[in-house]
Design a protein around this ligand. Sequence first.
Ligand code: ADP
Ligand code: MG
Length: 664
Amino acid sequence: MDKLSKVKGIGPKTEPLLNKIGIFTIDDLVTHYPFRYDVLKRTDLKTVTDLEQKVVVDGKVESIPLVIRFKGGTNKLNFRLSTVNGIVGVSIFGRAFLKQSLPIGEKVIVIGKYDPNKNIVNASDIKFGNLTNQERIESVYHTTSGLTQKVISSAINNALVSYGNEIVDSIPKHLIEKYNFLNKKTALNIVHNPPNYDKLKEASIRLKYEELFEFMFKINYLRAENNKDNIGIKRHTEKKIDTFIKKLPFELTEDQSKALEEIINDLNSERRMNRLLQGDVGSGKTIVAILAMYYNFLCGYQSALMAPTEILATQHYNNIKELLGKEKINIELLTGSITKKEKQSIYNELKEGKVNIIIGTHALIQEDVEYNNLGLVVTDEQHRFGVNQRSNLKNKGIKPDVLYMSATPIPRTYALTIYGDMDVSIIKQMPKGRIPVKTKVFTTKEMNDVYNLMKEELKESHQVYVIAPLIEENDDLDLTNIYTLRDKINLIFGNKYKIDIVHGKMKAKEKELIMEEFKQNIVNILISTTVIEVGVDVPNATMMVIFDANRFGLSTLHQLRGRVGRNSLESKCLLISDSDTKRLEIMENTTDGFVISEEDFKLRGSGDLFGTKQSGDMTFKMANLKNDYKILVQAKIDSDDYLKNECYDKEELKKRLIATIKID
Ligand code: ADP
Ligand code: MG
């Protein structure tokens, strides 16, 4: 299809603005769906008694608009409007710029609230044109400054006229017939210009189905590919790991032992392992994975452990070194901060089989790493990797057993869809002696209380995490940033305690150093963005303070909170926010990840749950996994049939769908 700039109405000024809101292609443009619809239906002003009722009136401008300017830059525009109910006053704030566009006689639609005593509409919006007798539904789009609703809407409509027939439809013909679906161009036309609610619903269902069909097709395809060759490594060892387990500094919980047993059974069987190890934050998944890797080593195979961040990879490395250091086993860490030379030498050793356990970020599978006899791959915080990367690994021509670890509790129904082909081990129990983290919401007016609680904690030689959403100041967003926060905290605590910062934009080496200092209690207060959200384990840290807590999803807050309460000391989590406190109170009331994820799901749809921001695979423009679950299930069944049915093997669409699956 043509470039975006070929669309009528998109000039050199408009194109960059569209880019700014994520529209780069004609396809992006026509699927830039309205985020809201306004219903425009004329209100009979005579019937209005409720001052809070929203009214819609249309008519002609009757008097030249008058602009009043106030101190501080606000302004007010007043004019009279001739309507079917006679002449009424119209008053609207902040629209002085409209004055020139409202000559006498101009036809406008005014939306607002009507005050019958003063015969004035206090308007919230003014649109041009007039109402027909029918109800009109108007699309409202997400936009950016300088880009009007009108420009977006006409660009979309022009694109639909010129390119509507070229837009690819991802639903196979037989299914379009089966469900009597509208054709795609018509459906797009309707969602952008809905004639009525029934049509709108019909068109949305069709577009949602398409999105979900495509999504499920890809998942099913990857799954089928993964299962094609299900024969993996069959292990056998006389050596037992029981003696090793007895030497651990703690006793495994029952759930941990059971999970380990399930994993070892998989490793011993010829069938390739594809297992998800699920357990709430702090439930102790890592040790289970380490034991599995140790067993794999005893059987003579290499293991790879992948973590989503370098901080976490480094932590795992140190952990494993500590636990397995006395055994004759070669463990290496591969991160972005090592030199090319070191890297090359690790690569060589991997190839020669001299490295037994390799730990790193997902570069471990993306780059051209060759293994000697890779037997087991463990992926930590699995949900962060997205679906495609999971398959990358399996398509490297090697067939190791695979273990995924995830701390994101997924409601069962969704898990069945997304992880339907995996075996699952669940760790429900927390290790002995854990005390639930006490959580409390504070407003910014109560900061003194927060600082006092921090003081108490530090006095006990415990450490504190402080989290804020931004790294640096940002003009667009009025949020706490970690640099300003550091200055503030330095003023209060700087003379007694050491304070430092980590964030995602820092060099890996710097981050490592600071994390190590925090681990050793050289740094007492660690200020950070959510880079420490996943996995980080510093048991002596017993307080988590989160600024602008309302900015985070509950699942993220739960993960963040999971950084404390990791031993038998009592820990506290302080959430600071002036708004959204009802939602945050859920955090005060429970520490159960499943409950929180259900609540999050109810409130935000799939949002946080699958780490959509990271994976990109789970974002839908129209569908919503929660509300459209029935469509999802149907799409799953249909796409599975389509994939399996050889009649359709030669269809262009099928090839195209498969071609869009990125496996590199
Ligand atoms: P997560 O499941 O969130 O990845 P970790 O594996 O990091 O949790 O474990 C959290 C902490 O609990 C670690 O410090 C770990 O050493 C400790 N731990 C794990 N298992 C046990 C156990 N059975 N008894 C006591 N402490 C344990
Ligand atoms: Mg972990």
